[in-house]
Design a protein around this ligand. Structure first.
Ligand code: SF4
Length: 358
């Protein structure tokens, strides 16, 4: 392994020099406002820069500061987040904004542990905020940094192991320029995003190629090491788009599960794939349509596959007309069909709504 103490200044200087020439101009880089940095970091944790930029601009235009975010309703925050996924992150942003208003007098805390105490802010985000905003010496370790460090030092420890997390955090800290912590952190992240990319990086043009262990061993593609994938779970969702005289029914997801706080059509979930006939014999179906009189199925979509990090959803949408409202309005919220567009829904439902062309 490279001797870090020998190479620390050299690596950091080269990283910063490379960054100043090659960096992308992005709105959240042109500021030291911790609020802007925070929002951009949370958005970028789940999407690429090109797509994230649109979300970021819309979000910041509507919620330009902590106060605006804290005072908004959760429904509206989720609506602005719609399509980004990981909705708990949007709910956490909202909660943290309220905490800043209530506990810190509306001023973003500058102390690392106080920043980390805010809901949804972990080591990475706290380090990004305090180093980018105030140049505090906390090293960031995101996916890009893991990749760069694992290759630079040819580290065999899996990045997704407990030991790996500890080792990489220590290494990133040892390498950090204390004088220019913010720039150093941005530089190493940008090197991972633009130069030390996952597949076939062009090492010949890399500023670190002469000290990169993986490159010198001609073994770049075998880093970073990973422990192995976590098992994914299959779920089968049957959404019921029920129509009665220009109205339909929705509900807000309340359980501690994916998409908490978002809206959806009445849903029946099954353990196994299940066709229309089998579905209509389920007890839940009977309960749902109790008192609804004649039920006419107008359309059934093909199964839509939706992949999340640890689960794969197989969703089918059933468009159904009912003769009476029955028990539906006691269990679900009745709205006009035109209103559907104003509710925050999972992207899976959003795509279905677009296909309906309401
Ligand atoms: S030489 Fe190649 S593998 Fe090493 S840090 Fe640079 S781009 Fe990454």
């Amino acid at each position: 392994m490279l001797n870090i103490t020998d190479h620390n200044p050299l690596i950091s200087e080269r990283l910063i020099h490379w960054y100043q020439i090659n960096r992308r101009i992005l709105p959240w880089r042109e500021t030291t406002d911790p609020y802007i940095i925070w929002i951009s970091e949370i958005i970028l944790q789940q999407t690429r820069v090109a797509q994230g930029l649109d979300y970021f601009n819309r979000f910041i235009t509507r919620f330009p500061d902590v106060q605006a975010l804290a005072e908004a309703s959760e429904d509206e925050v989720l609506k602005y987040w719609q399509g980004l996924g990981y909705y708990s992150r949007a709910r956490n942003l909202h909660t943290a904004a309220k905490t800043i208003m209530q506990q810190f007098g509306g001023k973003f805390p500058t102390d690392y542990s106080e920043v980390k105490s805010l809901k949804g802010i972990g080591d990475y985000t706290a380090a990004a905020i305090v180093s980018f905003a105030w140049n505090q010496p906390y090293a960031v370790v995101d996916g890009n940094v893991y990749r760069v460090l694992s290759r630079l030092f040819a580290i065999e420890t899996p990045i997704d192991s407990i030991q790996g997390k500890k080792e990489f955090a220590e290494l990133a800290s040892a390498l950090l320029s204390h004088k220019e912590a913010g720039l150093h952190n941005q530089a190493i992240m940008e090197l991972g995003a633009l130069q030390c990319v996952p597949q076939n990086p062009d090492c010949s043009t890399c500023p670190l190629s002469d000290v990169c262990m993986a490159y010198l061993q001609q073994n770049v593609s075998s880093f970073p090491k990973k422990q192995g994938k976590t098992k994914t779970r299959n779920r089968y969702f049957h959404y019921l788009y029920i129509i009665y005289k220009g109205t339909t029914w929705i509900q807000k997801r309340q359980e501690e599960d994916i998409w908490k706080g978002l809206y959806q059509f009445p849903l029946i979930e099954t353990e196994q794939p299940c066709g229309w006939e089998e579905l209509s014999q389920q007890e839940e179906w009977e309960k749902l349509f109790h008192g609804c009189g004649n039920i006419t199925v107008q359309a059934i979509t093909p199964v839509r596959k939706h992949v999340l990090s640890h689960q794969t959803l197989y969703a089918t949408f059933y468009q159904i007309e009912v003769e009476h409202t029955g028990d539906l309005s006691s269990n679900y919220q009745q709205i006009s069909r035109e209103e559907l567009d104003s509710y925050a829904v999972p992207i899976l439902i959003h795509k279905y709504l677009i296909s309906l062309d309401l």
